[in-house]
Design a protein around this ligand. Structure first.
Ligand SMILES: [Mg+2]
Length: 127
């Protein structure tokens, strides 16, 4: 288990925010609640993107070049979208910890699986 996962595990315990393991009913409620909170945080990432697109449109209306306007908008949302992505990561780490899954091992294995699956989908033009 890597540092960020260990930190999240300790942090969640310290705050009393870990997913309940008391009973099936409590675990089910806790898992569903945390899943709901994760999806809320994912929506907050979308809000930041919307903010960036609205800012871009506003800058363009005021005469800025579209690419420059978007670069400016990205800089303006960077800190807040980073916070929302961190919120998402915190909930995801909770699930990894509850199921005792090593984040890095799982992530690299899944990325390899996706890469292999994608390569299989590519049909050679000579076939
Ligand atoms: Mg948030």
């Amino acid at each position: 288990m890597k540092a960020i996962q260990i930190f999240a595990n300790q942090y969640q315990k310290e705050m009393g925010w870990e997913i309940s393991e008391e009973s099936y009913a409590k675990s089910r409620d806790s898992l569903l609640n945390n899943y709901m909170l994760l999806t809320t945080e994912v929506a907050e990432v979308a809000e930041e993107l919307r903010k960036a697109f609205n800012l871009t449109a506003s800058y363009v209306e005021h005469g800025k070049d579209e690419e420059q306007a978007f670069e400016l908008a990205k800089k303006q949302i960077k800190e807040d979208i980073g916070k929302e992505l961190s919120d998402c990561l915190a909930y995801m780490l909770k699930f990894y910890n509850y199921f005792e899954i090593d984040v890095e091992a799982s992530f690299y294995a899944k990325m390899a699986e996706v890469k292999n699956r994608r390569n299989k989908d590519i049909v050679s033009p000579t076939k």
